[in-house]
Design a binder for this molecule. Sequence first.
Ligand code: NAD
Length: 261
Amino acid sequence: MSLRGKVAVVTGSTSGIGLGIARALAREGADIVLNGFGAPDAIDDLQRSLSKSCDIRVAYSDADMSKPPAISQMIDRATHELGAVDILVNNAGIQFTAPVRDFPPEKWEAILAINLSAAFYATKAVLPSMLTSDWGRIINIASTHGLVASAEKAAYVAAKHGVIGFTKVVALETAKSGVTCNAICPGWVLTPLVEKQIADRAKGEKISTEDAKVELLAEKQPSQEFATPEQLGALAVFLCSDAAAQMRGAALPVDGGWLAQ
Ligand code: NAD
C-alpha cells in the first residue's frame, strides 16, 4: 500500500506515540504535518530528516491543542501548504494523577481540552474536505483508560472514555462515505508521558526506576512488556489501508492483554 499523495496531520508528533505514527505514515509516502512542543532545533532536524529519508513534504505546526482557534489555523495552514488533509491522527495528550478530592481544576480543564476537545475541533475542521473527496481516515489515540478506569486518573479516564464515544459518533455520521473513524487503545507504552509516572512511582516507593517499570507492568499488562510506538504506527498504517475500509467506530486495544483480564 502507498499513501503517496495523501496529507496526514498527526497532533502531538514531536515525541512518543505520535512520532512513531508520523514516521510510519511517512514511510508509506504520506506528506506529514508534525505538531507538538519541543526544542526548535530538534524539531527542525526531525522535519528535515523525515522529509529526506522518506522523500516527502513535512510541515510543522506549533499549535497548542488546548486552544480551538489554533487548531483550525493549523488545519487551514496544512491545507494551504500541503493540500487538503486526508488523514488526521488525534494523538496529543497529557496526564496528571491525583485523587479526585485533590485534583486541581486547572489540570482537569487542560486534560479535557487537550485529550478530548482537541479531537472534536480538529475533526470538525477536516471533515468537510474529506467528505467532498469521499476519502479520509480519522484515527483517535484513546487508551485502555478509554474502556476501563484506574484510580487517581479522573480527568484522563473521563477524557479517554469521551474520545471513544466521540469516535463512534463520527463513525456513524460518516458510515456511508469513504471516511472512517476509529480509536486505538494503547496499554503501557514507554514514552515521556509514562516515564514520568515511573519516576514518580520510584520516588514514592523508594525503589529503582527498573523496579518501578516492572511493578507498573505487573499491575496491568499481562505480557509484562511495553507496547511500542512502532507497533502503533503499523496499526495506524493498516487503518489507512483499503483492508480497513469497513472498520468503523472500533476501539482497538494494543495492550499486552490488559483488557482481557
Ligand atoms: P508524549 O508525552 O511522549 O507525547 C505527547 C505529545 O503531545 C508531544 O509531542 C507533546 O509535545 C504533545 N503535546 C502535549 N501537549 C500539547 C498541546 N497542548 N498542544 C500540542 N501538542 C501537545 O506522550 P505519549 O505517551 O506519546 O502520548 C501520546 C498519546 O497517547 C496521548 O494521547 C496519550 O494519552 C496516549 N496514550 C499513551 C500511553 C502510554 O503508555 N504512553 C497509553 C495510552 C494512551
